[in-house]
Ligand binder design. Structure first.
Ligand code: GDP
Length: 447
């Protein structure tokens, strides 16, 4: 999961102090040493680390007592605020033109995931803004790049304007004309990427910029390259005045050095995060939520958003009521599996929950395939059995029949029974848990 190693190290440093009723300068120095090491290991830029640790220390020593938080928790809050600050504080979205066509030019080194990000961004804008999107294929140095974009366009049902390998400026000029004539709201332009930054490439981008007069110039940066991403971002920004970054491959980045360095070093706000090879693995970059995830405080907001995008609210409410009523059966469990699948993988969902970081090892054993297996077992039950779990509890013959029907062991059927019991237990706990408990769990990762 993104930021895993940084997250565990920082949380370890925080755990030392969260319980403390009093903190002296030595405690803070010791914690800061750990924080510094965590950031170094995460490949965060040195300048950023220096500023980070200076700010945290200053604030920690000068802190006033806030009601409801012990000194340790207050320091965690300071670290949280600082993490948020280095990632840009505020969430910054796309600036769409108030009227007329919005032009987005994308730039980035080859292999950073630019083409993939264009597809994702197009699908995202269409889904969230209900805008009509078109792509222009102007990466003219690699025929494969045009093909790749055409394939994505076909897959997403987004029109791709292309003229083959002629001059990029000409393609862009003609493409924009077509887009305007056909009433597109947003045009996303793909441009040439090279393995390294060179002046020829920059000049072409500058020329394309001149013609396209883009409202946004978005740079894709590969999270896996750590702080190098920040210096690449700076070079692009110096020449093109980029308006935002899309940080890609965040799913494979356990360290976080890129996300934590880009904003401070290049001044470019990170606007989106691309975190997987699938087209919907793309999200708005929220510094606050990222900071919360890094400190293991969960990211309930992202989870809720994903739920509302993929799940019908009435359906979710119905499920919740059903769980709380205690009248929960195998049909409900099956529905719940389906809902979870629509939201993404179970481990991804769990990663967003507050306090769950502690159970990381256990979570790694939660395999999405197990869900499929459990679904097959439920399908092997009669409708009566699904509605009335007690029938299965009371009869080992039924359990054997179900196992045989599903091609699994009886122990698998028993595991499913346990899963149903756990859901019932969880429902009980949930009905006890008040909103304020949820809030304090979010504030204090040690809970
Ligand atoms: P481009 O050369 O910059 O256009 O890069 P591509 O879009 O072709 O991506 C390069 C490789 O990275 C491809 O294999 C993509 O599938 C992969 N990729 C792109 N974005 C992501 C991402 O967010 N996560 C992961 N894991 N892989 C990605």
């Amino acid at each position: 999961m993104a930021f895993d190693s940084l997250s565990s190290r920082l949380q370890m440093a925080m755990r030392r102090i969260t319980g403390k009723g009093k903190l002296n300068e030595t405690d803070i120095d010791e914690m800061m040493r750990e924080v510094r090491l965590s950031l170094l290991e995460a490949d965060v830029n040195l300048k950023v680390i220096r500023q980070f640790t200076t700010n945290v220390k200053e604030k920690a020593l000068g802190q006033k007592i806030l009601s409801g938080l012990n000194p340790g928790q207050q320091v965690v809050k300071i670290v949280f605020d600082e993490l948020k600050r280095v990632m840009g504080d505020e969430t910054v979205g796309i600036s769409y033109k108030a009227s007329g066509m919005t032009v987005i030019m994308t730039v980035g080194l080859q292999g950073t995931g630019k083409t993939t990000a264009i597809g994702k961004l197009g699908a995202f804008i269409r889904k969230t803004e209900k805008k009509k999107v078109m792509f222009i294929a102007a990466d003219i140095y690699r025929p494969a790049a045009i093909e790749q974009l055409m394939t994505l366009g076909k897959q997403l049902d987004i029109f791709v304007y292309q003229e083959g390998l002629i001059k990029a400026q000409t393609i862009v000029k003609n493409g924009l004309k077509v887009a305007k004539e056909q009433g597109y709201d947003v045009v996303i332009i793909d441009t040439a990427g090279r393995l390294n930054i060179d002046q020829e490439m920059m000049q072409e981008l500058i020329d394309v910029k001149e013609i396209a007069k883009p409202d946004e110039i978005l740079l894709t940066v590969d999270a896996m390259t750590g702080q190098v991403a920040a210096s690449v971002a700076q070079s692009f920004h110096d020449q093109l005045n980029t308006t935002g970054a899309i940080i890609t491959k965040l799913d494979g980045d356990t360290r976080g050095g890129a996300a934590l360095s880009i904003r401070e070093i290049s001044q470019i706000p990170i606007k989106f995060a691309s975190n997987g090879e699938k087209m919907d693995a793309f999200e708005v970059f929220h510094p606050e939520r990222m900071a919360s995830r890094i400190l293991g405080m969960g990211d309930v907001l992202t989870l809720i958003e994903s739920a509302t995008q993929n799940i019908d609210e009435d359906e979710a409410m119905g499920m919740m009521e059903k769980m709380l009523s205690g009248n929960y059966n195998y049909n409900d469990l099956l529905k719940q599996f389906k809902m979870i699948k629509r939201m993404g993988s179970i481990s991804k969902i769990m990663g967003f929950m507050p306090g769950v970081a502690k159970y990381k090892d256990a979570l790694n054993n939660v395999d999405d395939k197990q869900f499929d297996k459990m679904a097959v077992i439920i399908h092997s039950m009669t409708e009566q059995e699904r509605k009335n779990p007690k029938l299965i509890e009371d009869s080992s013959r039924r359990r054997t029949r179900i196992a045989n029907g599903a091609g699994v062991q009886v122990s698998d059927v028993n595991r499913l029974r346990q899963a149903l019991d756990q859901q019932k237990q969880m429902a009980k706990q949930m009905s006890k848990m008040s909103e304020s408990d949820m809030k304090s769990a979010q504030k204090d990762p040690s809970k």
